[in-house]
Design a protein around this ligand. Structure first.
Ligand code: KG4
Length: 335
């Protein structure tokens, strides 16, 4: 008989619920995004947790309906425990524990970053392929930039990481300078398609597989400030080229280190993960890099790039199969 896991994701500003069977087949993945933050140019934590409270019951309801099951069919509830915004996480954690307690089924805690890395195991009607361990994963989200050697579902070695800002944060900051709406990543991607990479920004070159983006952030700011001195309309007139140059510099930085890690480890399966993996240039260039080394390449479908409960469910299924359940006194953690 099939067993089903309900997964909840509420670490930032998306309330998401998914239903997955223990063969990793995703039966539903429902997300309510919060528009309320747009006018503030960033996520406002207090507003995010209130919106999660409003969204969580309807989102879970729709996820169960779409999966064609009832809550009585569930075998466990998985939830994102952290890292993320504490108030947001608490809504998901409290809901998951209460729901599971009422149904008398176990809960499974999931690390949000592990979930991003394991998103490649989500199967649906369009995709049944998944990577084999070990694989080398480039995780690029709003808050994290990491190269991870994924030895197993519970054995992930971070071999490179940012020592200051994340790649997504850098792109979002550039977008903010250009007065683009938050989050800026998708707008930079869209504008870059019409532009040329005509601007040079200073890149950090640090040892090993670690990244540093703070110098690039400063370089973007100073370069544009100098251009504006000569031409007050510079930003408006060169939006596409600026976006294209920022995007290219970030992608070059990301892939130079990943290329080195790939060469040194000799791993033959590569995967991209996190919100920035929606970027079209990164997807194209990551695929080309993998091909260059004869690797199997896994690039997430758009619905599994940003925060979603399907990836939490995939991590939950691994833990379910190994009987790794959480005690009910477990709480959320922000970092
Ligand atoms: O993984 P995610 O939801 O954030 C964290 O959990 O930290 O990713 C959000 C990030 C934001 O920085 C957003 O601008 C970026 O992903 N992003 C993109 C694109 N779509 C989303 N960056 C570049 N190009 C895109 N198409």
């Amino acid at each position: 008989m099939k067993q089903y896991i309900l997964a909840i994701e509420s670490s930032c500003d998306d309330t998401s619920a998914a239903v997955m069977d223990t063969d990793f087949m995703c039966l539903s993945n429902v997300t309510a995004s919060q528009q309320v933050h747009q006018q503030y140019g960033g996520v406002v934590p207090e507003l995010a947790s209130r919106a999660h409270q409003q969204n969580i019951i309807p989102v879970v309801d729709v996820a169960l309906q779409k999966a064609g099951i009832t809550k009585k069919d569930l075998a466990a509830v998985a939830f994102t425990r952290g890292p993320g915004l504490l108030g947001s996480l608490l809504v998901g954690v409290s809901f998951a524990k209460t729901f599971a307690m009422a149904l008398d089924i176990p809960v499974i805690d999931v690390n949000h970053l592990h979930a991003h890395v394991l998103a490649h195991f989500v199967k649906d009607e369009d995709n049944a392929e998944c990577p084999q361990f070990p694989y080398l994963c480039l995780l690029v989200s709003g808050g994290n930039t990491q190269i991870i050697k994924v030895n197993d579902y519970n054995d992930m070695e971070i071999i490179g990481k940012t020592i200051d800002d994340a790649a997504g944060e850098t792109i979002d900051k550039a977008a903010k300078i250009l007065s683009l709406p938050y989050p800026g990543g998708p707008h930079i991607d869209r504008l870059a398609k019409q532009g040329k990479p005509s601007l040079q920004f200073a890149r950090s070159h640090i040892q090993g597989y670690d990244y540093s983006f703070s110098g690039l952030k400063t370089s973007i700011l100073y370069t544009l400030r100098d251009k504006l001195k000569d031409d007050p309309q510079y930003l408006e007139h060169n939006l596409n080229d600026i976006a294209c140059s920022v995007q290219k510099t970030v992608v070059d930085s990301l892939l130079d280190k990943f290329d080195k890690a790939l060469r040194d480890t000799g791993i033959k399966t590569v995967a991209l993960a996190g919100g920035v993996s929606a970027n079209s240039l990164l997807r194209e260039r990551f695929n080309a890099l993998g091909q260059k080394y004869g690797c199997r390449v896994f690039i997430p479908r758009f619905s599994y790039t940003t925060d979603n409960a399907a990836m939490v469910a995939a991590c939950g299924v691994f833990k379910f199969k190994h009987g790794e359940f959480a005690p009910l006194n477990l709480t959320a953690y922000a970092r």
